[in-house]
Write a protein that binds this ligand. Structure first.
Ligand SMILES: NC(=O)c1ccc[n+]([C@@H]2O[C@H](COP(=O)([O-])OP(=O)(O)OC[C@H]3O[C@@H](n4cnc5c(N)ncnc54)[C@H](O)[C@@H]3O)[C@@H](O)[C@H]2O)c1
Length: 415
């Protein structure tokens, strides 16, 4: 098959690689000329896809910025961003731009699948009319389906092949074509009755995590008041073999998905005069977590007789989760910004994030940062950092990830 992927980012590039590795001809389209050029040189910009994976694919993965190159594709999968606007509402501009460009080259017999995370109804209410304005009808002239991406950057125990794939088609024929497409690269494809069910299933998966993370974040704040070690409590609860699922507290939620997706569902719910308080409350609790972390830093410095103003604070980890360099919505950025506002002399160490231009900072070497810090705060736990060493060198350590919980050290405080 010839398969087009629109949006060659964290989602689109690994998907393109999966289809190319399965022997298909892939046209990888991106509006960003730098990404197209990079792929043309065989250079990846996504950590989960090393250059060595691209090299053997050769001409089977061809990057382009020209929608006309999609004309020969039997299937086109759309993986463009679905962020929030400044007023925290769904921003579908990337999706609608891609849909309009795609409509200009859509031809009979093609299958179009949307993978971008979005509110239920997007495929039918927003994408379908743009594609049908061509005069072609979905279900007969072309096929249209939604299939949520479930990728978890940095994860190696589940792959595109071993993670079950959901599909929902505008018609049964649309669903069947989408099922057959993904059966090429996934061991298990589950067909739902509608695109809306598939869209909402994806939001449920992410909101489930958001709500549970909010629960343990709130518990961490309560444990701080009660003087109980929240990590000991969670480790203990997690010994129950049924009826409990472990979630860890942290400095707040980041990434493109968890902080964003609940707002997509809340937007749709409001249109139906329904206010999902549970979901919004989870968002509120998680958004407040970086402020709580700053308060803990202030308190720890205060106990050491130091004001935040002028103190040298080393932030360990700037990305939103360990092992990757993605800083989108990272709580570390909020913590760094707030500490800078308070007059702290902030440095950070993150081998995955060389610079934070918005904060005027570049990553320092770990030893250099530790050598001069009044306090080191573990905000993101990268697996390549020696936290025992951090605890041994820094005069004060605040651990917001629980990575030091097996260390007995008087200079270390945990969330
Ligand atoms: N990153 C994740 O872990 C993850 C996981 C599951 C779902 N998703 C969802 O997948 C979607 C894509 O996310 P991502 O992380 O891959 O985003 P990304 O920003 O890494 O990649 C999107 C790409 O689309 C390109 N693009 C934007 N507009 C375009 C257009 N009109 N035509 C062609 N290309 C265009 C951008 O240049 C970019 O390279 C989002 O809806 C996201 O919520 C992401």
């Amino acid at each position: 098959m010839q398969i087009g992927i629109v949006g060659m980012g964290y989602v689109g590039l690994p998907l393109a690689v999966a289809f190319a590795e399965a022997g298909h001809e892939v046209v990888g389209l991106d509006a960003d000329a730098a990404k197209v050029a990079s792929l043309g040189r065989g250079e990846s910009y996504v950590e989960d896809v090393p250059d060595a994976v691209l090299a053997p694919l050769g001409e089977r993965l061809r990057a382009t910025a020209d929608y006309a190159d999609l004309a020969a594709c039997e299937a086109v999968v759309v993986c463009v961003p679905t962020p929030l606007s400044n007023s925290r509402e769904p921003d579908l501009t990337y999706l609608l731009d891609a849909a309009n460009s795609l409509a200009a080259v859509l031809r009979e017999g093609q299958l179009v699948v949307l993978e971008s995370t979005t509110y239920p109804g997007t495929t039918r209410e927003r994408l379908l009319p743009i594609l049908e304005a061509t005069g072609l009808s979905a279900g007969t002239d072309f096929h249209l389906a939604f299939s949520p991406e479930r990728i978890d950057p940095g994860r190696t125990d589940f792959t595109v092949r071993t993670t079950p794939k959901l599909v929902g088609g505008i018609t049964a024929a649309c669903a069947e074509r989408a099922r057959a497409l993904y059966a090429e690269i996934c061991d298990q494809v589950i067909v739902l009755s509608t695109p809306e069910a598939a869209e909402l299933a994806k939001l449920l998966e992410n909101i489930f995590r958001s709500v549970n993370i909010a629960l343990v974040n709130e518990l961490a704040q309560l444990c701080d008041r009660l003087g109980i070690d929240v990590w000991e409590v969670i480790d203990a609860a997690a010994t129950k073999p049924f009826g409990f699922m472990r979630f860890d507290p942290g400095p707040g939620m980041g990434g493109h998905c968890l902080p964003v997706d609940p707002f997509y569902l809340a937007f749709k719910a409001r249109q139906h005069d329904f206010y999902p308080e549970f979901i919004e409350l989870a968002g509120k609790v998680n958004q407040a977590q970086p402020s709580f972390c700053v308060e803990r830093i202030e308190r720890a410095l205060n106990q050491a007789g130091k004001p935040v103003n002028g103190s040298r604070i080393l932030i360990l980890g700037a990305s939103y989760k360990g092992g990757i360099g993605d800083t989108r919505e990272s709580p570390a950025l909020k913590i760094i910004g707030r500490l800078q506002d308070l007059g702290a002399d902030v440095a950070y160490h993150d081998a995955h994030v060389p610079e934070l231009p918005g904060h005027g900072l570049a990553s320092v070497e770990l030893e250099e940062g530790l050598g001069s810090a009044d306090l080191a705060a573990i905000v993101t736990a990268h697996p390549d950092v020696d936290y025992e060493r951090v605890a041994a060198v820094a005069p004060l350590v605040l651990d917001f990830r629980g990575v030091t919980r097996r260390l007995a050290a008087d200079n270390v405080e945990r969330l």
